[in-house]
Design a protein around this ligand. Structure first.
Ligand SMILES: Nc1nc2c(ncn2[C@@H]2O[C@H](COP(=O)(O)O[C@H]3[C@@H](O)[C@H](n4cnc5c(=O)[nH]c(N)nc54)O[C@@H]3COP(=O)(O)O)[C@@H](O)[C@H]2O)c(=O)[nH]1
Length: 702
C-alpha cells in the first residue's frame, strides 16, 4: 500500500514537473513569439531539416502570396516551390530549377546576405544564420525603398549629361565614372577605374589638388582645375564635390563642368579690352595700368624710366589721300617696326590714332632714351610699301623722364605729350625732351584755340588787302587778301600767331572757306582787270575738298577764274603728294592762277618749278629786304627774274620797303612788286584808287 502510494506520488510529481516544464517552455515560446513579433523585420526559425518552427507576422506579410500554406513542420523548400509555381519570384521565371537550386544552396550554407525580388515589386534582403541546435534563423528586411533610391541614383549618375566620378576619399582612385565622363575625358569606364584623380590633373597644376586639400573639396567647396583628356589635350573644369555613401562605403561624388571655352572667351575679352585689335599692341588702358605699376616699382627700386610718345608725321596725309585701309596697313607696319626696333625691356602700346608710346627703363644719367628715339625716327622715316604705295610714316617723339621730370604716373604721359608738341612744332621728324614751362605754353595755346573756334562765329575775322603793283606801269594789277583777327580782349592777333594753330586743329578748313568766299566776293566788285590773290595752306589740300571750295566761291560770287590767284608754299610740294598736284592741275585747268609763294626759302625750289607749271613766282621778302646792300641777294633776285622770264612765269617781289630796292628790281626787269613802299595791307573800304599810289612810289624810286 505504502509502496503503491509512494509510486503514485512519484508519478504525480513527474507529471507535475512535466506540466511545469511544458508551462515554462510555453512561456518561453510565448516570450520568443512576443519578441519576434515586436521586431520590424520578418523573422523565421527552421529546424535542422529546414522545416518551419516559428515565424512572425512581418514574415507572413512579406510572403503573403503563399502564407496561407505556412505550417509548423512544413519544409521551406516546399513553400519555395509553391511560391515559384505561383509566380511569386520574378527572377525565377523561365529558369525555375536553377533559381531553386541556388536558393536552396544558400539555405544550406547560411551566413551571408542576398537580395530577393518579389512579384509585387518589393526587394527583400535575406540574412540567414545557423542556430546552436543546427536549425536556421532567417531575417527578412524590406529594402525596396533603398533599392529605389539606388536605382534613382544610378539613373541620375549614369545618365547625367554632366561628367561625374565617384572617388575614394582616401586613395583618390576613381571607383566609377558615368557615360558623360567617359565621353568627355576619352577613357572608358574600365580605364577610369585604374586612374586616380591626380592622373586626370595637368602635371603643372597637380599642386592645385593638394592645395585645395581633398577635405576642403569634400566640404562642398568648388574649385577650378586644369586637367588632361586621354588624347593629351588640356581642359579647365570647375569641380563640384559632395560626400556620400555608395555601396556601403564613403565616396566623394565629383561633377566636372568644363569651363575651357568660357575661360578662353573670358581671356579673349580681357585681351580685347586691353589690346588694340588693329596692331595687337596693348592699348591706352593697358598702358595706363602698366605705367602706374612701373612707376611705383621704379620709385621703390630707385630706377629711372623714360616715356617716348610717338606721333606719325604723315599718317593723316596717307589716310586722307590713299584711304583708310592703307592707313590701317601703315599703322600695322609701324607697330611691327616698333616691336623690331625695341628690346624686350621696353613696353610699347598704341594709345589711339597714330599715337604710340614706349616705356623704357634707363640707367641714371644715360641718354639711351634719346638713342632709341633717334633710331625709331630713322626707322619710321624709311619708305615702306603699303597697299602698293611707297609711304614714309615719319615720326615726331616727345620724351619725359622719371624721376627727373616728375615721379607721378599720370603726369608722365602728359609731360611727354607736351614734349611731343614741341617736337612737332620744331618741324617734325625730330624728338624733344620735356621742359618745365611747356605746360603753361600749352594752356595758352588751348585758350587761343578755343577763342579761334569762336572767332568765325562771332565775326571777328576779316580781310585786309595789299596791292600787287605792275612795276613797269605803276598800276595796281591786283591785291593779296590777308586774314586779320580782331579779338575783343586780345586785340589784333597776327596771322603768324594763329594760322599754324588753325592748320593743326583743322580749323583752317572753315577759315580757308571764309577767306576764299570773302575775297572772291570783294574782288567781283573791282575793275575787270584787277586780280585777287588768296593764300592756301597745305592743310587745306590734305583735308581734301579744296577744288570744290574754290569752284563754289567762284560760282557764288561770279568772279572770273582768271581773276583768282592762289598762293601756295613749297611745303605743299615737299609733301610729294600726287593728289595735291592733281588738285593744282584741276584748278589750273579751271583758269585759276597758281603762284609759288616765298620762293627761294625752300630746299629745292628749282625742282618744284618742274613739278607744276606755275603762273607766278613770288620772290621771298628775305631777298628783297637788303637787296641794295647785298650783292648775294641781287644775284639771287637776278637769277629768279631771268628764270621766270625763260619759264614764262610772272615774277613778283614781296616786301619792298625801300625805293633803292625798287630801283634795282626795276633795273632787273621784275614784273610785279608788293610791299609797304606801296601800301600796307588795308581794309577793303580804305583801299586807294588803283593807279595813283603805285605811280607815286615809282616816282620816288626814280
Ligand atoms: N593760309 C593762309 N595764310 C595767310 C592768310 N593770311 C595771311 N596768311 C599768312 O600769314 C603770314 C603772315 O601774314 P601777314 O602778317 O598778313 O603778313 C603779310 C604782309 O603783311 C607782309 N608784308 C607785306 N609787305 C611787307 C613789307 O614790305 N615788309 C614786311 N616786313 N612785311 C610785309 O607779308 C605777309 C604776306 O606774305 P605772303 O603771304 O608770303 O605774301 C603770311 O605767311 C601769310 O601768307 C590766309 O588767309 N590764309
Amino acid at each position: 500500500m505504502l509502496r503503491r502510494g509512494r509510486q503514485r506520488t512519484g508519478t504525480l510529481d513527474a507529471a507535475l514537473r512535466l506540466a511545469a516544464a511544458e508551462q515554462e517552455a510555453q512561456r518561453a515560446r510565448d516570450q520568443l513569439r512576443a519578441a519576434i513579433e515586436a521586431m520590424p523585420e520578418g523573422v523565421v526559425f527552421l529546424d535542422e531539416d529546414g522545416r518551419y518552427i516559428l515565424w512572425n507576422r512581418q514574415y507572413a506579410e512579406i510572403y503573403a502570396g503563399s502564407a496561407d500554406l505556412f505550417k509548423v513542420g512544413e519544409l521551406l523548400e516546399d513553400q519555395l516551390r509553391i511560391g515559384v509555381a505561383r509566380g511569386q519570384y520574378p527572377e525565377a521565371v523561365g529558369r525555375e530549377e536553377e533559381w531553386l537550386a541556388r536558393r536552396l544552396a544558400l539555405l544550406a550554407n547560411p551566413g551571408g546576405r542576398h537580395e530577393q525580388l518579389l512579384a509585387d515589386g518589393r526587394w527583400i534582403m535575406i540574412e540567414e544564420r545557423r542556430t546552436d541546435d543546427g536549425g536556421t534563423i532567417g531575417i527578412r528586411v524590406d529594402i525596396t525603398e533603398m533599392k529605389q533610391r539606388e536605382a534613382s541614383f544610378r539613373l541620375l549618375f549614369d545618365e547625367n549629361p554632366l561628367p561625374m566620378c565617384l572617388v575614394d576619399p582616401e586613395s583618390l582612385m576613381v571607383r566609377r565614372a558615368n557615360t558623360a565622363a567617359c565621353q568627355h575625358y576619352g577613357h572608358d569606364d574600365a580605364a577610369f577605374r585604374t586612374l586616380s584623380l591626380l592622373d586626370l590633373h595637368h602635371p603643372e597644376s597637380r599642386w592645385d589638388l593638394f592645395r585645395d586639400a581633398w577635405g576642403t573639396i569634400a566640404a562642398d567647396k568648388d574649385r577650378t582645375w586644369r586637367q588632361l583628356r586621354a588624347d593629351g589635350s588640356t581642359i579647365e573644369v570647375t569641380a563640384f564635390a559632395r560626400q556620400l555613401t555608395y555601396e556601403g562605403a564613403p565616396v566623394v561624388l565629383t561633377a566636372f563642368v568644363d569651363v575651357t571655352e568660357r575661360r578662353r572667351s573670358e581671356e579673349r575679352m580681357t585681351h580685347m579690352a586691353r589690346h588694340d585689335p588693329l596692331t595687337g599692341l596693348p592699348n591706352r588702358l593697358a598702358y595706363g595700368e602698366f605705367i602706374v605699376e612701373a612707376v611705383s616699382r621704379a620709385r621703390i627700386a630707385g630706377q629711372h624710366l623714360s616715356v617716348l610718345l610717338i606721333d606719325l608725321d604723315n599718317f593723316k596725309t596717307v589716310n586722307d589721300t590713299l584711304g583708310h585701309s592703307v592707313g590701317d596697313e601703315l599703322l600695322q607696319q609701324v607697330a611691327s617696326r616698333l616691336r623690331e626696333c625695341l628690346g624686350d625691356d621696353c613696353f610699347v602700346a598704341r594709345l589711339g590714332g597714330d599715337e604710340f608710346a614706349v616705356l623704357v627703363p634707363v640707367a641714371p644719367g644715360s641718354v639711351a632714351d634719346e638713342q632709341i628715339a633717334a633710331r625709331l625716327i630713322a626707322n619710321l622715316s624709311t619708305t615702306a610699301i603699303v597697299g602698293g604705295h611707297q609711304v614714309a610714316a615719319g615720326a615726331s617723339i616727345g620724351i619725359a623722364r622719371m624721376p627727373a621730370d616728375m615721379d607721378v604716373a599720370e603726369q608722365f604721359l602728359k609731360n611727354a605729350d607736351l614734349a611731343l608738341y614741341r617736337a612737332k612744332a620744331a618741324g617734325r621728324g625730330t624728338f624733344r625732351h620735356f621742359e618745365p614751362g611747356m605746360d603753361e605754353q600749352l594752356q595758352r595755346r588751348r585758350h587761343l584755340e578755343m577763342d579761334l573756334r569762336q572767332a568765325l562765329v562771332r565775326g571777328e575775322l576779316s580781310l585786309h588787302y595789299q596791292p600787287l603793283v605792275n612795276l613797269q606801269s605803276g598800276r595796281t594789277s591786283g591785291y593779296e587778301a590777308l586774314l586779320r583777327w580782331t579779338h575783343p580782349e586780345r586785340g589784333s592777333v597776327p596771322p603768324a600767331d594763329f594760322i599754324a594753330l588753325a592748320e593743326e586743329t583743322g580749323l583752317i578748313g572753315d577759315i580757308g572757306r571764309f577767306v576764299l568766299e570773302r575775297a572772291c566776293a570783294d574782288a567781283a566788285a573791282w575793275p575787270e582787270d584787277t586780280k585777287v590773290a588768296v593764300n592756301l595752306s597745305p592743310a587745306q589740300f590734305r583735308n581734301g575738298g579744296i577744288l570744290a571750295t574754290v569752284m563754289r566761291a567762284l560760282e557764288r560770287t561770279g568772279l572770273q577764274p582768271s581773276r583768282l590767284e592762289l598762293e601756295i608754299t613749297e611745303s605743299l610740294l615737299m609733301e610729294k603728294s600726287e593728289s595735291a598736284l592733281a588738285t593744282l592741275r584741276a584748278l589750273r585747268a579751271l583758269g585759276v592762277g597758281i603762284s609759288m609763294d616765298d620762293f627761294g626759302t625752300g630746299y629745292s625750289s628749282l625742282s618744284y618749278l618742274r613739278s607744276f607749271p606755275f603762273t607766278k613766282i613770288k620772290i621771298d621778302k628775305s631777298f628783297i629786304r637788303d637787296l641794295h646792300t647785298s650783292p648775294d641777294s641781287q644775284a639771287i633776285v637776278s637769277a629768279i627774274v631771268s628764270l621766270g622770264r625763260s619759264l614764262k612765269m610772272t615774277v613778283i617781289a614781296e616786301g619792298i620797303e625801300d625805293p633803292a630796292d625798287l630801283a634795282l628790281l626795276l633795273a632787273e626787269g621784275c614784273v610785279e612788286g608788293q610791299g609797304y613802299l606801296f601800301s600796307v595791307p588795308l581794309p577793303l573800304d580804305q583801299l586807294a584808287p588803283h593807279e595813283g599810289d603805285a605811280a607815286d612810289a615809282e616816282d620816288a624810286a626814280a
